[in-house]
Design a protein around this ligand. Structure first.
Ligand code: SF4
Ligand code: SF4
Length: 107
C-alpha cells in the first residue's frame, strides 16, 4: 500500500462490504508466503483435491499430456500459481498421496 492513498473511514462501504466482484485478481497474495508448495508431477494422481480445497484458486490445471518415468500417461497436470498462492498449506494437508512438498520460501 506504500504510496497509495487509503480510503478515509467515511469512504469505506458499510460493513466493509466488497462491492467489486472479482477484485481479488488485482491483489496478488503470493508475497504473503513463508512456505511454498511444490507439486511432484510423478507422484500426483490428478485427483484435483488440491484444486477443490485451495482458498485462493491458486492451483492451475495445465492442459498438456504428461508421461511419468514409469510410463503412466496423464492428459493434464496441476501447478501452483505462485502469484496468488499464499502458502496456507491446505493443499499439502489434503493431497491423498503426499505429492506436495512444503518448503521454506527463500527470497
Ligand atoms: S498453499 Fe494454500 S494457497 Fe497455496 S496452493 Fe496450497 S491451498 Fe492454495
Ligand atoms: S491433491 Fe495431490 S494428487 Fe491430487 S491433484 Fe493435487 S497434487 Fe495431485
Amino acid at each position: 500500500m506504500q504510496g497509495k492513498q487509503l480510503p478515509k473511514w467515511n469512504e469505506i462501504p458499510p460493513g466493509g462490504a466488497i462491492l467489486e466482484p472479482g477484485n481479488s485478481v488485482k491483489r496478488p497474495t503470493g508475497d504473503w508466503r513463508t512456505f511454498r508448495p511444490i507439486i511432484d508431477k510423478e507422484k500426483c494422481v490428478r485427483c484435483l483435491l488440491c484444486w477443490v480445497y485451495c482458498p485462493d484458486a491458486a492451483i492451475k490445471i495445465i492442459d498438456e499430456p504428461y508421461r511419468t518415468a514409469s510410463g503412466k500417461e496423464w492428459k493434464f497436470s496441476v501447478e501452483v500459481d505462485y502469484t496468488f498462492c499464499k502458502g496456507c498449506g491446505i493443499c499439502v494437508e489434503e493431497c491423498p498421496v503426499k505429492a506436495i512438498e512444503f518448503v521454506e520460501e527463500v527470497k
